[in-house]
Design a protein around this ligand. Structure first.
Ligand SMILES: *Cc1c(COP(=O)(O)O)cnc(C)c1O
Length: 362
């Protein structure tokens, strides 16, 4: 038997969320972002759930080949482009579209021309200051790309640093500042793709012809001030594990490494088969909620490698073998993440390989 822990992926939720983002995209092309093993949900599984998307967007060329070989017939986009000259023939062979974000990439493309058909998107840096050309360079870059025989410029992409609605209006890289910079590209390019999940959901000023939705497809709000229910999306991952042991601990005893949690009353402490080696963060503080037998049980004591401890003194129904939800429909991954000083994205994609992945139709 495997350890009693699992990440269960809800296919119905993935499909529902895709439909929801389809509505929010309002007629724009919908790229489903499946980087980082589909935010921890499993690449090929996500590709099946997202078959109604217009395309899949990802980072790794190997992943792109994998989904092609598994029968994905629609578009594929590499969000960071290719990393090496040897990648270029594979783009053509597998009909994979790539962004181009620097001049070195253009040189590499020139060196292997002509092509039958190599599809590229021009990445613009509109204020994020990671990848891309400045808006005022777009015309020249497009002209250069168009001189390469067989290269097709499919569109223009940019990315927002702060599309969440709770980001302050006076801050240095607002959506409107980035949009103003994009306006320098005249005429407005065809097949412009700007919005991530947050911009698709909340920024009606962000137009364009395509969106790239990631986190919301997995049922997690891009802004932790909003719940999944607020957005009518459903968490697609449940991380759960069983109670391995229950200790009746008198008041004044300490639990686990570092004796971080000290019982202030006679307590029932449940030991759960999930630890930081499964992807549950070691930085999780006491009091972080888990869900067992229909009730909230707080983390009590430092997270170990293979176990964690929760206080079930007030939940007599919690017994050996009871299932504990660490995150999912009842415990928001964003809530756990916030208490650890991070975001739900990081927790989902840090699910460890050793955690068995199950799938259901919910
Ligand atoms: C990850 C990513 C997205 C998706 O972002 P979400 O916030 O998960 O919707 C979109 N575009 C680019 C370039 C990305 O790297």
């Amino acid at each position: 038997m495997p350890r009693p822990i699992a990440a269960t992926i809800h296919m119905g939720a993935l499909r529902h969320n895709l439909q929801r983002m389809r509505e929010a995209a309002n007629g724009r092309t919908l790229w489903a972002v499946v980087k980082a093993n589909a935010y921890g949900h499993g690449l090929l599984r996500a590709a099946r759930a997202f078959e109604a998307a217009d395309g899949l967007a990802m980072i790794d060329l190997c992943d792109a080949q994998k989904v092609r070989e598994q029968g994905w017939k629609k578009r594929i986009l590499l969000l960071e482009g290719f990393f090496d000259a040897t990648d270029i023939p594979l783009l053509e062979k597998y009909d994979i579209e790539t962004i181009v974000h620097n001049r070195h990439m253009i040189e590499l493309l020139k060196a292997q021309a002509p092509y039958a058909s190599l599809k590229v998107h021009i990445k613009i840096n509109s204020g994020m200051n990671r990848l891309g050309f400045l808006p005022q360079e777009e015309e020249e870059i497009r002209a250069q790309l168009q001189t390469i025989e067989g290269v097709q410029v499919m569109g223009v992409v940019t990315h927002f640093a702060n599309a969440e609605p709770t980001y302050g209006h006076e801050r240095p890289a607002t959506v409107s500042i980035q949009l103003n910079r994009m306006d320098k590209i005249q005429p407005m390019p065809k097949n412009l793709c700007m919005a991530n999940s947050a911009a698709t959901l909340w920024q009606s000023d962000v137009k364009g012809d395509a969106v790239r939705a990631g986190v919301a497809l997995y049922g997690v709000s891009p802004d932790s001030h909003y719940s999944s229910a607020d957005l009518n999306i459903r968490p697609a991952m449940t991380l759960s594990a069983k109670i391995l042991a229950i200790q009746n601990v008198p008041a004044g005893e300490a639990i686990g490494y570092g004796s971080r949690f000290v019982t202030h009353r006679d307590s029932r402490i449940a030991i759960v088969a999930c630890g930081y080696a499964d992807g549950y963060p070691r930085s999780t503080p006491d009091g972080t909620p888990t869900f067992v037998e229909g009730k909230i049980a707080p983390i009590a004591g430092a997270i170990s490698m293979d176990m964690l401890t929760i206080d079930v003194t007030d939940i007599p129904e919690a017994q050996l073998g009871s299932e504990v939800e660490l995150w999912g429909a009842n415990i928001s991954v964003n809530d756990v993440a916030k208490r650890c000083g991070t975001i739900g994205y990081e927790l989902m994609c840090a699910i460890a390989l050793r955690v068995p992945m199950l799938e259901d139709e919910n």
